[in-house]
Design a protein around this ligand. Sequence first.
Ligand SMILES: C[S@@+](CC[C@H](N)C(=O)[O-])C[C@H]1O[C@@H](n2cnc3c(N)ncnc32)[C@H](O)[C@@H]1O
Length: 371
Amino acid sequence: MELIATCAFGLEKLVYDEIKKLGLWVVKKDDGRVVFEGDESALIKANLWLRCADRIMVKVGEFKAVTFDELFDQTNSLEWEKFIGVNDSFPIKATAVRSALHSEPAIQSIVKKSIVKKLQSKYKTEVLSENSNSIYQIIVKSNKDQFTICIDSSGDSLHKRGYREKGDIAPIKETLAAAMIKLSDWNPEKTLVDPFCGSGTIAIEAALIAHNIAPGLKRNFAFDNWKWIDKKKITEAIDEAKQSAKPVEKLPVYCFDIDPVALKIAQHNAMNAGFENIHFKRSDFNDLDFSKFENCTFITNPPYGERLEDIAQVNQMYKDFGKKFAQTKNCSLFFITSNEDFPRLFGRAADKNRKLFNGNIKCYLFSYFSK
Ligand SMILES: C[S@@+](CC[C@H](N)C(=O)[O-])C[C@H]1O[C@@H](n2cnc3c(N)ncnc32)[C@H](O)[C@@H]1O
């Protein structure tokens, strides 16, 4: 099968490396996606193990279409019966850019009709009840008249690991937090500090990496209910993942936040994820003694000041943070913000500056390496 791992712009290389590490054959990487080959086991493994990808899709077909008749016929020629059973549901979601066929509702309706017709003829029935618990979410994307039709195997986006409690804090996506860690110089022997930890996502993702725990181990996937996926293979992959987890004696991960409510949520999330060994403390970063931090890696997602009235306050915060960080000894810093002016406020040019998206917000991961 041809499989597609989708991801946020800027994370393609990380997802590419993760897929390779799973021993799978990568075909190519494009903007926001990495195409790879694999069987059922590859699909299960990718969903369980990829830390930076959003979804794993099964590619059903690719073709050019500029009229609705062409779209109908091309869709109809694909082997839908290989995937979808007579009673299974198959909702359609379409997006189209720079294409002759640009009405997304119309594309959805034609694709639906075409698949229905194909399945009716294959199963020799007029009735497709769509009432089984197997859901095949069909994703149709058209770019410059080139259609790609896939089935989403993940269900909820892969950033939903299953450990997070709802709260008012603006949490960073787990996939982006994992990416920041992978782009940093941190390894589990080094002390990790998050002075603006919020709900603790960065710390928890670091703990998952340190223990070699598959990020998808605590959640369900759409493919769990697919009839053509051998349940034994799912159990095997889960058992294998459980066995790969390794105990870590000491986890030097320190989290601080000024907000007691955020800290409570962070501690709760950490417990949900199975980590009692992350250190949480309520503190304004201004009150911390930064001279005590030596050979540490700071990875953090501070307030950005997206609202106009907050900008002056956040600018001052970045200046203060620069003064505090200058007191550390041989520490590195990986700081994500949408504020392009951060290095000037912080007081030092970054060694590296990488463009990343936090949801729809264009951000920069300003990286400062230790000597
Ligand atoms: C964008 S949120 C961090 C979200 C976090 N990465 C997560 O995944 O939940 C920024 C955090 O900085 C905290 N904060 C704001 N001012 C602070 C200060 N002076 N010292 C410490 N924490 C502060 C806020 O309480 C908030 O939780």
